[in-house]
Ligand binder design. Structure first.
Ligand code: GLY
Length: 358
């Protein structure tokens, strides 16, 4: 970014502050979104994550308070979940693809340098977020995938290991036993843009866990990471939103950081995280920005196989965002979720706002 553009952006954010659209840094905002979904606003440090990240936000906050770089704090936080064999959506123990092979995706963004790194379809390495950080630090690239990603990780000293736990293997075998039309191949009548009347009999019985974590450091610097084993039983080589910069993760050090969990295909199709950050730049609260993305996804989803009987998406996407001033929020399409927060008030789960309130 040129100095002029940077100045314009700062001026724009400053004008929002002056106009009352954004609270000034360090001030306490009138922060509670009226649809739930988060609070904050007292400046950093703040760490937010998906609901499976309660220990991750605790660790990231501990690191921030010890003076760690925000990206190092973020990667240290999600490592706890990547290492946990009981979380079947991330790292070790993640659910495998159609062939029974665990393929991991991850991305990182470092606000102060605007550097990004990403890894797609990585096998045998349980900490893809740390590998993505090395892509950002050690290469002139942003994304490495597949065999090249594994070769790079090994060169960086990461150890290969079997990531398929007994529990994940059993779940995969169970899915194979029940295999009918519950896979990612579309039948012929599902190829075309379908009419809403044409309901699909194809249930979505997949798991799309993931952890997203964003950090606002005490000095106002931002960073984020998203790491996942992706959609269970996916086609080999399928890459979701988590390693796509602008979809599963986006961080802009002058505005905020955002990320996504849930159905990656839907997030990619609306550039979810970048859209959320752009909305915050326009003056949305983080919860409003997250809700905007959820609504965009719902409005753009028309394939019958992806709609329930009420015409709503039959999948979930959950967005998370933290703004430069410390205000944070989260929103989901369907109201089944909480998200993890660590800030001056402690470590806790908070309710996500949702598009379809029950
Ligand atoms: N959001 C994770 C995935 O779809 O792979």
């Amino acid at each position: 970014m040129t100095a002029d553009k940077e100045l314009n952006r700062r001026t724009f954010v400053a004008s929002l502050v002056a106009a009352g659209a954004l609270p000034a840094l360090g001030s306490r905002a009138n922060a509670q979104n009226d649809n739930g979904g988060g609070a904050g606003g007292a400046g950093g440090p703040v760490v937010i994550a998906s609901g499976n990240g309660i220990e991750a936000v605790r660790e990231a906050m501990r690191q921030l308070r010890a003076g760690a770089d925000p990206l190092d704090a973020a990667v240290a936080g999600v490592r706890i979940v990547e290492d946990d064999p009981n979380d079947m959506s991330v790292g070790l123990g993640g659910l495998p693809n159609e062939d029974g092979i665990v393929q991991l995706d991850a991305s990182v963004m470092h606000g102060p340098t605007h550097r990004a790194g990403a890894i797609g379809a990585l096998e045998n390495i349980k900490n893809p977020a740390a590998v993505a950080r090395e892509v950002a630090r050690r290469t002139d690239h942003v994304m490495l995938v597949g065999a090249g990603a594994l070769k790079f990780a090994k060169r960086m000293g990461f150890k290969e290991e079997n990531l398929l736990t007994d529990a994940a293997r059993e779940a995969w075998l169970e899915w194979k036993k029940q295999l009918t039309d519950h896979d990612d191949w579309l039948s012929e009548d599902e190829f075309d843009l379908p009419s809403k009347e044409k309901r699909s009999m194809r249930e979505v019985m997949y798991h799309t866990g993931t952890i997203h974590l964003s950090v606002l450091a005490p000095n106002g610097d931002l960073a984020g990471t998203t790491t996942t084993s992706g959609l269970s039983w996916k086609l080999p080589g399928r890459v979701g939103d988590s390693p796509i910069i602008g979809a599963g993760l986006y961080t802009d050090n002058t505005i905020g950081s955002a990320g996504a969990t849930g159905r990656g295909e839907a997030v990619i199709q609306v550039c979810g995280a970048r859209t959320a950050v752009a909305r915050m730049e326009m003056g949305d609260t983080p919860a409003q920005a997250c809700l905007h993305v959820c609504k965009l996804i719902a409005d753009r989803t028309s394939a019958p196989r992806l709609l329930n009987e009420r015409g709503e998406p039959n999948f979930n996407v959950i967005m998370y965002a933290v703004r430069k001033d410390g205000l944070f929020g989260s929103a989901a399409i369907h109201p089944i979720r909480k998200f993890a927060v660590a800030d001056a008030q402690g470590v806790r789960l908070e309710r996500c706002a949702s598009l379809y309130e029950k």
